[in-house]
Design a protein around this ligand. Structure first.
Ligand code: ADP
Ligand code: MG
Length: 724
């Protein structure tokens, strides 16, 4: 019988890309065609309701039920005109993926049937929520949760071969009001940030009434042929290769990064980009990444809530479209040991309703003071809550990537670039002159900040949080993550920080300081206090780990311990003051994150056992048997050769170790599974069960290098990575 690997290799070699037809040569012709955007709202709604909806989108004003009915009717009319038959509330439960439950517009009526979509169905639904993670929030007797419309993210139509569905972005909350998803806390954090930032803006510009956090998400991913993927139970079930010796050629030549995009991949990219563009996802960039078979795409930045919805939708699309091309997309942070993993850089800035980017240095000293206020408050916020930010990017899969010599370490630090570092140093050591007049060019002695930082800022790829000219880039986020987790924290800590800033500045003003002097005094104080988090050097180096330790920065390498930061008193104060999590919510979430962590390790451990026992060990034994026959044959004809005997012995050694450790790991799991406390259990999975992974893999990979290639059951790294 042919092995699955043999069949898979053959199939992978004979792939023909499906034809990809773009809807039009001009993207603007079809961009957003599947979105109920402002133009369509205007076409399908009365002027009055249209304006109410827009103000709800911009100012978060509530929509009454009459208007909701009109909006639902308009959405339905638009969706049906585009061929949709069903609608769904689309939400982001804590499973990490997106969720949908489709209902038909169709309803039987007295004399036949009608298509109906009421305002009440637009605004709220009650999906059977008992199967979503809730961390104990919902007892079974109140196992209800409901989804509620988020008008700030437009409805869209999801197309599939079998039909079209109108999707309505929603939050997902329990019957008692606790958030059960990623979106609800994010929206709260954004509202808190908006308020705090507008208040600080008032020192500089009274015309500013709204501050939006903006986000541009770079998405890295791997592609692998579908048949090869299916022949690897580990990839299939865990998203990463639990076994596999590194290919003789990996990324050492760096020829992939600079190479042209392979034709088959290009065709896939164009296909999912078209789908994304139709959904109003402003994809702009595509390129190869460092590792073989690794790629990246990035949209133009948008308001955060929308950017994250779009990223979630994009990941979903990428998976769906990959199947049309007989690819699988791997969003896992580290699918292959030995080469680079994947991240999701979160480019973040704050933009006012007057169009000003608060993190872009301005032309005049006054604008620069405004810039410095937001810039330094960001640094201060991150320095105060570095552990929490670290926790927000923690996951079982990101643990493989952080600090793995291609990704930022688990130490949170901030890179500013030499120019801004100098500026901050100068302010720190300057004496604030209290005499100089407001309109004086040498005003207060604020150092000159070069306007064009964008091209000048040095790039430091090793920093988890880097300033890149007019935005900060949080690079530690994992490729499979929902960016809401870190973005909720980043915006919340910024909100809290800005509130504190304003309190301090106002106090000085009250004491008689001039406004600008007061601002600069507090800025200067923050620069001093947050100095320890700034680091310009190589974040991948051992020296940095050592130095960070002397600075007292945390370096928590594993998720279960990193997550503790969610439960500290400092975090509790933050959550209460910004209103993003109640104590009950955060405890539930903490529990869910720990459960998620150990369950994934549990699955990996099981898959390891299964693959070793049923594929790797039998293949090695079969090969060993053929060698034994060879030894006996040689003996029979009187040839004295030790080659086969040596290999037989080597195989036995490795087989022995693999088998003993698989068995020991099973026993360890039995003990660990009995632990009641979730945190302890997660730590035990991490420190005890997972500790077997390396040794099992090491010896299994040795077997891979010895066993006859033609009988090895699992597609090898060279095949997974280099088949185009
Ligand atoms: P890189 O050099 O890191 O690839 P790019 O300039 O290509 O950076 O931008 C990466 C992402 O950052 C893109 O999604 C881009 O839209 C986004 N971005 C650019 N400016 C801003 C900004 N002011 N705020 C938020 N994101 C931004
Ligand atoms: Mg980048």
């Amino acid at each position: 019988m042919k092995s699955l690997r043999t069949i898979a290799l053959k199939e992978a070699q004979n792939r023909i890309s499906p034809e990809v037809k773009s809807p039009s040569a001009k993207i603007s012709d079809f961009y957003g065609s599947n979105v109920f955007d402002k133009k369509k709202m205007r076409d399908f709604l009365s002027k009055d309701v249209y304006e109410k909806l827009i103000s709800s989108i911009n100012q978060g004003e509530l929509i009454n039920s009459d208007d909701a009915n009109q909006i639902a009717t308009a959405m339905k009319a638009w969706a049906m005109s585009a061929g949709a038959t069903h609608y769904t509330h689309w939400f982001q439960p804590l499973t990490g993926t997106t969720a949908e439950k489709h209902d038909s517009f169709f309803e039987p009526s007295g004399d036949g049937a009608i298509e109906k979509f009421a305002g009440s169905a637009l605004v709220q639904q009650e999906p059977d929520a008992s199967s979503f993670p809730n961390g104990g929030i919902r007892n079974t007797f109140e196992a209800r949760g409901y989804t509620a419309w988020d008008p700030s993210s437009p409805a869209f139509i999801m197309e599939s071969k079998a039909g079209k569905t109108l999707c309505i972005p929603t939050v997902f909350v329990s019957y008692t009001g606790e958030a059960l998803d990623y979106k609800a806390p994010l929206l709260k954090a954004l509202a808190a940030l908006d308020k705090a930032a507008v208040d600080v803006c008032q020192y500089f510009d009274k015309s500013i009434t709204k501050v939006n956090a903006s986000l541009g998400i770079e998405q890295e991913y791997f592609l692998v042929d579908e048949s090869l993927f299916n022949a690897r139970p580990d990839l299939l079930l865990t998203g990463r290769a639990l076994f596999g010796h590194m290919s003789a050629k990996g990324q050492q030549l760096e020829d992939h990064y600079f190479g042209s995009i392979p034709e088959r991949v290009f065709s896939y990219m164009v296909d999912f980009e078209n789908e994304a563009l139709k959904l109003g996802i402003p994809l702009k960039t595509r390129h190869n990444e460092v590792a073989p078979s690794q790629f990246e795409c990035a949209p133009i930045y948008e308001e955060i809530n929308l950017a994250i919805d779009h990223n979630q939708l994009l990941m979903d699309l990428m998976e769906k479209v990959a199947r049309r091309h007989h690819f699988r997309v791997l969003l896992h942070e580290k699918p292959y040991a030995g080469i680079n993993g994947s991240g999701k850089h979160n480019n973040w800035s704050l933009i006012t309703d007057t169009g000003k980017n608060l993190l872009a240095p301005g032309k005049t000293p006054k604008n620069n003071l405004m810039f410095l206020a937001f810039f330094v408050n960001t640094i201060k916020a991150v320095s105060e809550h570095a552990d929490l930010l670290r926790a927000s990017i923690a996951s079982v899969s990101n643990d493989h990537r952080l600090g793995a010599n291609e990704a930022p370490p688990a130490i949170i630090s901030i890179f500013l670039g030499s120019q801004l570092n100098d500026v901050l140093d100068e302010i720190e050591h300057s004496r604030i002159s209290k005499k100089i007049k407001e309109d004086n060019a040498l005003w207060l002695g604020i150092p000159k900040i070069p306007q064009i930082l964008l091209d000048n800022t040095d790039r430091n790829r090793t920093s988890p949080f880097a300033f890149t000219g007019n935005k900060f880039e949080l690079r530690a986020v994992g490729s499979s993550a929902n960016s809401s987790a870190p973005m909720t924290i980043l915006n919340a800590i910024m909100a809290e920080q800005l509130v504190k800033f304003k309190t301090e500045v106002d106090k000085l003003i009250k004491k008689g300081d001039k406004k600008d002097i007061a601002l600069l005094t507090v800025i200067k104080k923050y620069i001093k206090e947050s100095k320890g988090i700034r680091f310009e050097g190589n974040g991948y180096s051992q020296e940095w780990e050592d130095e960070a330790a002397t600075r007292g920065l945390s370096n928590i390498k594993t998720t279960p311990k990193a997550l503790d930061a969610y439960l500290t008193e400092k975090s509790a104060e933050l959550f209460a003051s910004t209103g993003i999590y109640s104590a009950r919510e955060i405890h539930a979430r903490h529990e869910i994150m720990l459960e998620n962590f150990y369950k994934k390790l549990q699955i990996e451990a099981r898959v390891m056992g299964e693959v070793a026992n049923t594929a790797i060990i039998p293949a090695a034994i079969a090969y060993q048997n053929s060698l034994i026959a060879n030894v006996q044959g040689l003996k029979a004809i009187g040839v004295d050769s030790k080659v086969s005997i040596d290999i037989v012995k080597k195989l036995s050694e490795h087989l022995e170790i693999v088998k003993t450790n698989i068995d020991a790991m099973l026993e360890e799991r039995k003990v660990t599974n009995k632990i009641e406390d979730t945190r302890e259990k997660a730590i035990a999975y991490d420190e005890k069960v997972k500790s077997y992974f390396d040794i099992i893999r090491y010896h299994a990979d040795k077997l891979e290098q010895i066993v006859d290639d033609s009988v090895w059951p699992l597609p090898k790294f060279r095949e997974l990575l280099f088949m185009k």
